[in-house]
Design a protein around this ligand. Structure first.
Ligand code: WTA
Length: 630
């Protein structure tokens, strides 16, 4: 029996919850998976379809470049679609979608398969073939799901860029991935306004070379520039005979790349995390099945964006691999009123709802009445991801949204891990603020600076000790950085970049990042991206960005700017700089605060000491200053 959590409470699942759950005894599953984790991952892979069975479950002959299911041939898109179309699931809904303006669309597995095949045929007619990179830049519309599945189908590697990113972020990602094709929507609706995605893409393409074709999906319908010979409307190509034809599928190797997803790291530019067909497929399938306890009749809503890993793994791939019904909503949770999400849970009878603490805190502020107007009794399970959830938000979510009957799956994981790593299952007793224990078959630990395990309740670096199928394979174009960043601090183990504590029951309490990554409203940003956007402004000589605690966003971006000589400090300039960051990186990166300063604390080798800035801003002791230059 777990002892009380930090805030003094443990929530035990009801007998109904346990009775209904696929996994009724976590310890039993954990024992089986820990004693033989390769056997466990082999049996999970066996639940999916393979064109050719693997020779070896894990090839660790070239650590840390692990390979899974080597010799096997499979295609994740085939397992998401074709596998179900052959069964009674053919007419089951694969995707339900609601637009911000209230439009509704649903697609059966049969329909999603059919439309994805057309999308794939169009891409093939543009010359896209196995291994080619395709950048996708759209809002939350069904076509983004089809575009991803279509790329996977033909063995192309998708690189989805979040629709909230802007010109320079898109440019960098197109260039680094060497994409030849860009799939973009004309625009996206966000809080009743149009985000002009195609216009942003046009500006990015002026900076980037390499894109030969732009496939434009019509969503918002405003006038857009179409460049002759380069840009084509998707809906027009759909009418041509090239879109018809067979359901071509590439028989990809388990280790063939499936996608690149850019994420922020410790220093420098965002890096392309690479995932593959086989391992990623088994990892996302297994974790969703057990953690969100997928039953045939479930409607699952992951309220993330497909442009981030949460959307990749748990809007698109995980639910479809499980033959579940995935729900996707285009717009903002508070548009036009703060009951929008609750209304849709009621309307569509959502059973499982998965979102981020920042959204919960944001909606909590509007009071219980907005939730109470709706019948949320269809809900069975809730989920949380992206940052630590504070006990107050946890309890509100549990009581007001879940009516005290829905366990909360607080899932800790990363773009790099591809799947949940620390997570409860419905049958596990919960402590608000803890994701409980590592997923069965995953061995983790918490180390001190010397690489020794810390004692119970002591803080340290969280590491992963066993390989897992959906682990990133490398940083695309930069394998050295992969080794250096994740596998070098402590030889032989994967460094997560997070600090954590573990209590005497073995429950993990994640504290936060120990590097220069800032989680703002659950979005992962790097100080380097914000700083380089600021420095690209004509008035700025130097800049530093840090994250400071924020009630709703978790962290907010604070920046310190040294202006070029002769430039006057003014409030207008601050606003211009905020807009500039929004234009270059995206609205989510706009600093909360800009402070003009004359110098920045640096080490003798010229590295900005953000730790000192943070301590000063929080009125804390900056600690050891012996390496400070001045
Ligand atoms: C943080 C998001 C506490 C953590 C899936 C991690 C969390 C980073 C949790 C990865 C959680 C994610 N509790 N912290 N349940 N989930 N994080 O790559 O700092 O966007 O390293 O993946 O989010 O962010 P990413």
């Amino acid at each position: 029996m777990p002892s009380e959590g930090l805030n003094g409470e443990v929530f035990y699942p009801s007998s109904e919850v346990i009775e209904y759950a696929n996994i009724k005894n976590w310890d039993e599953l954990n024992k089986r998976a820990s004693e033989d984790y390769l056997g466990f991952w082999e049996s999970m892979a066996g639940e999916l379809d393979w064109f050719k069975k693997w020779d070896k479950v894990l090839d660790d002959s070239n650590k840390p470049f692990y390979k899974w299911y080597t010799g096997g041939k499979c295609n994740i898109s085939y397992n998401c679609l074709d596998r179900h179309v052959k069964t009674f699931r053919r007419n089951k809904l694969a995707l339900i979608w609601e637009g911000e303006k209230g439009e509704f669309k649903s697609m059966s597995y049969y329909a999603l398969h059919r439309e994805t095949c057309k999308f794939a045929n169009i891409l093939r007619s543009m010359g896209v073939k196995k291994g080619d990179r395709v950048t996708i830049y759209m809002g939350r519309i069904p076509e983004i799901v089809m575009a991803m599945l279509a790329c996977a189908r033909i063995g192309a590697v998708h690189s989805v860029v979040y629709g909230g990113f802007s010109v320079e972020a898109l440019h960098e990602r197109i260039e680094d991935s060497q994409s030849k094709v860009l799939i973009v929507a004309d625009g996206a609706y966000q809080r009743g306004k149009i985000v002009p995605l195609k216009e942003i893409a046009d500006e990015a393409l002026q900076r980037a070379g390499g894109i030969e074709h732009v496939l434009v999906v019509k969503r918002t319908g405003q006038e857009v520039n179409m460049e002759e010979g380069r840009d084509m409307w998707y809906h027009e190509l759909l009418k041509l005979p090239i879109a018809k034809g067979d359901g071509f599928i590439e028989e990809t190797d388990a280790e063939d790349p499936l996608f690149l997803l850019y994420t922020s790291g410790t220093t420098g530019k965002p890096k392309a995390i690479m995932h593959t067909h086989g391992g990623y497929m088994v990892g996302t399938y297994t974790t969703l099945k057990y953690v969100f306890d997928i039953h045939e009749e479930d409607r699952f809503w992951c309220a993330a964006d497909p442009g981030w890993i949460t959307g990749h793994s748990y809007i698109v791939y995980g639910p479809l691999l499980n033959g579940a019904t995935s729900f996707m909503y285009e717009g903002a949770p508070t548009h036009p009123y703060p009951n929008r999400w609750w209304q849709m849970i009621e309307n569509y009878g959502i059973n499982i709802f998965y979102t981020a603490p920042t959204a919960i805190r944001g909606l909590m502020r509007f009071g219980d009445a907005w939730v109470k107007r709706h019948d949320l009794s269809s809900l069975r399970l809730l989920g949380s991801v992206g940052e630590p959830i504070n006990p107050e938000a946890w309890k509100w979510y549990h009581k007001t949204v879940g009516n005290e009957k829905c366990p909360i799956m607080d899932t800790w994981w990363q773009t790099e891990t591809g799947m949940f790593m620390i997570t409860p299952m419905p049958c596990v007793p919960l402590k608000p603020g803890s994701g409980t224990k590592p997923f069965p078959g995953i061995e983790m630990d918490i180390y001190n600076e010397d690489g020794k395990p810390v004692k119970d309740d002591e803080e340290g670096f969280m590491v992963i000790k066993t390989p897992w199928p959906s682990m990133m394979r490398t940083i695309y174009n930069d394998p050295d950085r992969y080794v250096q960043q994740y596998w070098s601090k402590f030889p032989g183990v994967y460094l997560t970049g997070d600090s954590a504590r573990r209590d005497k029951d073995g429950y993990y309490w994640v504290i936060g990042r120990v590097d220069d990554v800032i989680k703002v409203s659950g979005y992962r940003l790097g100080t380097a991206e914000i700083e380089s956007a600021l420095v690209s402004h004509a008035s700025v000589a130097e800049a530093a960005a840090i994250g400071l605690p924020h009630d709703v966003k978790g962290n907010a971006i604070h920046t310190y700017v040294i202006l070029k000589s002769g430039v006057n400090k003014s409030e207008e300039l601050k606003e211009a700089l905020r807009q500039h960051v929004g234009h270059e990186v995206g609205p989510i990166a706009k600093p909360e605060q800009i402070e003009f300063v004359d110098s920045l604390p640096k080490t003798r080798s010229g590295k900005i000491m953000r730790r000192v800035l943070r301590a000063k801003a929080l009125g804390q002791d900056p600690g050891n200053l012996s390496t400070l230059e001045d």
